[in-house]
Design a protein around this ligand. Structure first.
Ligand SMILES: CC(C)(COP(=O)(O)OP(=O)(O)OC[C@H]1O[C@@H](n2cnc3c(N)ncnc32)[C@H](O)[C@@H]1OP(=O)(O)O)[C@@H](O)C(=O)NCCC(=O)NCCS
Length: 141
């Protein structure tokens, strides 16, 4: 049976392997083990994976800042797509955020990722924002 459960630190190697073999997923220093664990501690129980008999099928990283939820690295392994796994992960992630009083969430999608854009365009309840530009800053060191 396919099940969804919170991501644990020990899931890191399998998640890294999934992200690395998924075109369009960009790995950053924040995906290394220590910051990954810090992220899970800061957002306990929110990041989810789905699995079948111990095999990782998909995942989503979920966090919030007290006002808005943020989703990253939503991935379903290629051979398992089109079965509603991403929809199930999203449903549970948003329900868990709502229990914490977080009713609005964002996902940042690269404009050169047509597959991902198409997916998000098709999701009921999600709308693309044309009134916002994202500015990012990275402090070196
Ligand atoms: C995007 C992704 C997570 C979708 O996973 P999935 O399990 O196949 O999606 P689901 O089967 O749950 O589909 C949910 C809905 O989205 C639709 N959908 C799925 N993939 C789609 C796509 N590429 N384009 C348009 N619609 C899509 C499905 O038809 C379904 O619609 P329905 O609810 O009306 O039936 C998967 O294709 C993936 O891992 N892609 C590579 C990584 C990626 O781009 N992630 C997004 C990062 S922002």
């Amino acid at each position: 049976m396919t099940s969804i459960r919170p991501i644990q630190p020990e899931d890191h190697p399998a998640l890294m392997a999934l992200w690395q073999r998924t075109p369009g997923i960009q790995l950053r220093a924040e995906d290394d083990f220590a910051p990954f664990c810090a992220y899970l501690r800061r957002n306990p129980g929110l990041s989810l994976l789905c699995e079948h008999e111990g095999r990782l099928l998909g995942c989503v990283l979920v966090g919030h800042d007290g006002r808005r939820g943020y989703l990253q690295h939503l991935v379903v392994d290629e051979s398992c797509r089109g079965q509603g796994l991403a929809r199930a992960l999203l449903r549970q992630a948003l329900a868990q955020l709502a229990e914490l009083g977080i009713h609005k969430s964002h996902v940042f999608v690269l404009t050169d990722a047509p597959g991902a854009l198409e997916f998000w365009r098709a999701q009921a309840g999600w709308s693309a924002r044309s009134d916002i530009q994202v500015y990012s800053s990275r402090r070196e060191g």
